[in-house]
Design a protein around this ligand. Structure first.
Ligand SMILES: NC(=O)c1ccc[n+]([C@@H]2O[C@H](COP(=O)([O-])OP(=O)(O)OC[C@H]3O[C@@H](n4cnc5c(N)ncnc54)[C@H](O)[C@@H]3O)[C@@H](O)[C@H]2O)c1
Length: 350
């Protein structure tokens, strides 16, 4: 059995974070990445990518990338990270997201067969975006799926679903109902990979990540990364604007905790084919997040500006109890500690 790990999108935020763990575990680690200009300020090799990782430039959605890469190579494990990740952006650039996320996945799987390079395991980092608004509960304990908030609701500032409370997402319980094109493409990735892998006897490791943040995230990508966006405003003394009424809930999970979860699914036993939810284990409102960041920098108090983004969900957090029990994985970073580490890193970058 080869001891080669192939990582698509391996030069990105999560790819760099897992690279030291992979470099230690595998004989060879190969990252294929097109160094997307929206993520990477320059096309040069990221300093955070472990020196042992072989970086190959290539676009996963192009057949030629795979035809150049795979002859003579049989990876044991593939970690599929390459993706277009702009949730809001995907509403108006849907083809771009579908091409990389959906066609990029099918091109990869086709190429494994074409080149007799079917791996033992494929790991996919899917997203909490597959749940959309998820399941909500009324005062009597009845669960329903309120679905996507319409433009009319948002214009009328009806942010919440009256009388309902959002339940944390858990893949064996919460039905996927994406409210964004990005979320739909991530769910399509899951379905495609599962169908293919079952037919070829390939193990699948599925993770649904909440909002990942921490040192190493792109500071130039305006479409992702609310934590770094808030930090960059606060450190220059600006007021952090809060969308809706500031009570949007997210589950902010620190990059080191995500790296350890991805590594476990890559190298350990995967007891279940169901996706593992990866978050910090509790929700934080964007107001709470902004107040932590403003206090770190001594910036003015955050201000609600009532703006909104179509397709944004009101509340998202994960129930990580099954992930913890089955993977033996436990997040080590709470939001205050993680945000403080991110701010210190940003201060050293800018
Ligand atoms: N960061 C998060 O909050 C988060 C949350 C949920 C899921 N995810 C998923 O995790 C994965 C990695 O996310 P990340 O935060 O490291 O993102 P990232 O944007 O930092 O990294 C993605 C990498 O993929 C590369 N890439 C983009 N298009 C490509 C293409 N066509 N061919 C080859 N490479 C390409 C980029 O250059 C980049 O290096 C993605 O699949 C994303 O959907 C991330």
């Amino acid at each position: 059995m080869s001891n080669i790990c192939l990582v698509t999108g391996g030069a990105g935020f999560i790819g760099c974070a897992i690279s030291p763990l992979l470099a230690k575990h595998f004989d060879r680690v190969i990252a294929v990445d097109n160094m997307h200009p929206q993520i990477h300020a320059t096309a040069s090799r990221p300093a955070a990518l472990h020196e042992k990782v072989e970086l190959v430039m290539g676009d996963v959605s192009q057949r030629e990338t795979w035809d150049a890469l795979l002859p003579g190579l049989k990876p044991d494990v593939v970690i599929h990270l390459a993706a277009e990740t702009g949730t809001g952006q995907s509403l108006t650039e849907g083809s771009r997201h579908a091409n990389v996320n959906v066609v990029g996945t099918t091109q990869m799987l086709d190429a494994f067969v074409r080149h007799d390079a079917i791996p033992r395991r494929v790991v996919l980092t899917s997203s909490r975006a597959v749940y959309g608004e998820g399941a909500w509960q009324d005062a009597q304990g009845r669960v329903s799926y309120p679905g996507q908030r319409s433009r009319a609701q948002l214009e009328a500032k009806q942010w919440d679903f009256p009388g309902l409370t959002c339940l944390p997402f858990e893949s064996t319980r919460t039905e996927p109902r994406p409210t964004s094109i990005y979320g739909s493409t991530k769910y399509a990735q899951e379905l495609i990979l599962k169908a293919w892998a079952l037919s070829f006897g390939v193990e699948v490791g599925l993770l649904r990540l909440q909002n990942v943040y921490g040192p190493g995230q792109s500071l130039s990508n305006p479409y992702t990364g609310i934590v770094s966006l808030f930090a960059q405003l606060a450190r220059t003394g600006k007021v952090i604007p809060l969308y809706e009424d500031g009570e949007i809930v997210r589950d902010f999970v620190f990059i080191d905790d995500v790296a350890s979860a991805v590594f476990r699914v890559t190298t350990g036993n995967i007891p279940s084919a169901d996706a593992y939810d990866v978050g910090c284990g509790s929700g934080t409102t964007i107001r709470e997040l902004a107040e932590i960041i403003a206090s770190i920098y001594g910036a003015p108090a955050p201000v609600v500006n009532g703006a909104y983004r179509n397709g944004d969900v009101r509340a998202a957090s994960a129930d990580i109890s099954r992930t913890q029990a089955e993977l033996g994985w436990h997040p080590q970073w709470d939001v205050r500690k993680g945000v403080t580490a991110l701010c210190a890193w940003i201060d050293g970058q800018l």
